[in-house]
Design a protein around this ligand. Structure first.
Ligand code: ZN
Ligand code: ZN
Length: 290
């Protein structure tokens, strides 16, 4: 499992390198994510999660009660690692989008509030909005910083906890491991089964075919999808009830084994279209104006 985690960042970096060669219009964004992923990879290798409170019984009972395996209260990350990744990502943002973050940034005061920040990421976005306002940082930038800073640690927990219980048949709209909303959907190559992907902990789980993952609406009249530029492998699924959208990557039409995080980046044009149509995405999009 440990190796799998290493593999996630390695395949992401490989695919970004390939994309840079064919999608020059995305070069700036791809370079930005490349630096971020390298910083994430660095702290993930160093992080050793304390799993002493977890066991098969606890994980199975949370899973069967419909609760995510991991709660913000359970997470303990060494302060210096949190500090390091916050500093690194802050610097990456500052280098590429200098105007977006203040010149002075106190990462240690944020590192002190790790449980509050993680709660903000998975449960209550208002927490992060308020903090961004206090720190005078644009909310999408602050969200990006916190989301990408904590992802390596939460994904490491996720890999270990996944060994206690199989979460693939969870069938709910939020992540079985960390509770976050999904980033994208993958349709399995042969069966067309619908897998949701969590960008925070990198889990994938099965979900119902004709249901909105955000509000569980299953009224077919108010669910639809559309394609952009004849790109049949990628589509936007929208729900008229909650006015949200999610991108679907159809692996029956492209090479399997794609890294879903990078596939999400390579299809940013779909987010721009969905946004213009008035639908809200699963994640806060840092490069909305591009
Ligand atoms: Zn997750
Ligand atoms: Zn909905």
């Amino acid at each position: 499992m440990e190796k799998m985690g290493e593999e996630f960042y390695n395949t992401a970096l490989d695919q970004i390198a390939g994309l840079k060669a064919i999608k020059s219009e995305l070069n700036e964004i791809l370079k930005f994510y490349e630096s971020t992923i390298k910083a994430q990879q660095h702290v993930k290798v160093l992080f050793k999660p304390d799993l002493s409170i977890f066991n098969k019984d606890l994980c199975s009972s949370r899973n069967s009660e419909g609760l995510p395996l991991l709660r913000a209260e359970d997470i303990e990350i060494d302060q210096d690692l949190v500090n390091k990744i916050l500093e690194d990502i802050y610097r990456i943002i500052r280098n590429q989008r200098g105007e977006a973050v203040p010149a002075y940034f106190d990462s240690s005061s944020l590192a002190d509030q790790q449980k509050v920040l993680i709660k903000g990421l998975v449960e209550d976005g208002i927490i992060l909005e308020r903090l961004a306002c206090d720190l005078k940082i644009d909310y999408p930038v602050f969200y990006f910083l916190i989301n990408h800073a904590f992802s390596p640690f939460i994904s490491k927990y996720g890999e270990k906890l996944g060994e206690f219980v199989d979460t693939s048949n969870w069938l709910r709209g939020n992540c079985p491991v960390c509770g976050k909303e999904p980033l994208v959907v993958r349709l399995e190559e042969e069966t067309g089964r619908r897998w949701l992907f969590c960008s925070l902990c990198h889990s994938e789980w099965l979900f119902k075919r004709l249901v909105c993952p955000f509000c569980e609406n299953n009224d077919q009249e108010s669910l639809r999808y559309f394609f952009v530029e004849n790109e049949q492998a990628h589509r936007i699924d929208v729900c008229e009830k909650c006015k949200r959208y999610i991108k679907t990557i159809d692996c029956r039409k492209i090479d399997s084994g794609v890294n879903l995080f990078v596939e999400n980046l390579s299809t940013l044009v779909l987010d721009i279209v969905a946004d213009k149509e008035g639908y809200r995405g699963p994640d806060i999009f840092l490069f909305r104006e591009k």
